[in-house]
Design a protein around this ligand. Structure first.
Ligand code: PYC
Length: 317
């Protein structure tokens, strides 16, 4: 790179989890499916991901989003999500962030809209005051009663489920799910994920399980039905209750007959922010999860990438 590049971004947070949407300065990704566009972003322009979300401009919890031309008809936009180490399938908190960002720019109005992601089309219901409902991609449980012997932690039992990303979900194993235990929960989640990899336990078609979700009791039943800690691929924890993770959780609950179609599931994050969820039953054990949360714009900024700066592309994680 020989010239100074500029990227226009809008930052928001959804229930505490940040999203940075690049609204100008993205190189031409050409045409094709969103998976193809994501492949080109990763293969030819990965500097953009790292420059946006890694230090010194970002931090490990930051999720980035690039807007692109949708392929599916009637979609308001396509979107590719990324984090400190790579690219995501879907991202529900990020979709809420994209919706309020587009509203902030006057490009989206209250009402129902379709948004395309590399893992499918999601529906967004944009309400007033940053409230957004996302109807996610069909979600399902892939494996039940998975047991792994995790060094230092013992036998851990859980489930593997899809909610737009692959999750290992466990409850009653590992540290208590509370804010004071974030470091211990991070160590536990990393050890579990490493053991899953060592034992070759995957999602469907050998897909890597890159998110680990630990469940515990909420602070009070009045606040939520459950509290989670979600370890993301780059070892940051999700500050929000993780919409794709809550989708995976609700799919498991529905498969066990513990969450009926239309009933509310309130999932608290480790910071006690809440997504309100419901499922709609599809064929087999698949469900369409609906998740409601709040997102707020926090900044409008121009990122400057100076060719003389040794960290112009960010400090790679
Ligand atoms: O809300 O789906 C989500 C999500 C995935 C990773 C971080 N947040």
């Amino acid at each position: 790179m020989t010239r100074t590049r500029k990227l226009e971004v809008i930052d928001s947070h959804t229930e505490g989890e940040p999203t940075r949407v690049v609204v100008e300065g993205v190189p031409d990704l050409g045409g094709g499916s969103l998976q193809e566009l994501r492949g080109r972003l990763e293969g030819d322009h990965d500097w953009l991901r790292s420059a946006c979300v890694n230090e010194p401009r970002g931090h490990e919890a930051m999720v980035g989003a690039v807007l692109c031309e949708p392929v599916e008809p009637d979609c308001a936009t396509g979107v590719i999500f990324f984090n400190n180490v790579g690219y995501l399938g879907g991202c529900v908190h990020g979709t809420m962030g994209v919706a309020v960002t587009l509203a902030h720019l006057g490009r989206l109005y209250p009402g129902s809209h379709r948004i395309e992601t590399p893992v499918g089309v999601v529906q967004v219901q944009l309400q007033e005051r940053g409230r957004v409902t996302v109807s996610n991609v069909p979600s399902y449980r892939h494996l039940k009663g998975v047991q792994v012997d995790v060094e230092g932690w013992g036998l851990v039992t859980g489930e593997v489920a899809w909610g737009g990303n692959w999750f290992f979900l466990t409850e009653g194993c590992g540290p208590k799910v509370c804010r004071e235990n974030i470091e211990k929960l991070t160590a536990f989640g990393k050890a579990v994920r490493e053991e899953l990899q060592r034992e070759g336990i995957t999602g469907a078609d050998g897909a890597e399980i890159d998110h680990v979700e630990v469940f515990g009791k909420p602070e009070s039943r009045g606040l939520a039905d459950s509290r989670n800690f979600v370890l993301c691929p780059g070892n940051a924890y999700d500050r929000s209750p993780c919409g794709t993770g809550t989708s995976a959780k609700m799919a498991c609950l529905h498969a066990d007959g513990l969450l009926r179609e239309g009933d509310a599931w309130r999932q608290a994050s480790i910071l006690d922010t809440v997504f309100e969820g419901r499922v709609e039953a599809l064929d087999g054990n698949r469900v369409v999860p609906h998740l409601t949360g709040s997102a707020f714009v926090t900044a409008e900024a121009t990122l400057v990438l100076d060719p003389a700066d040794p960290f112009r592309d960010g400090v790679r994680a």
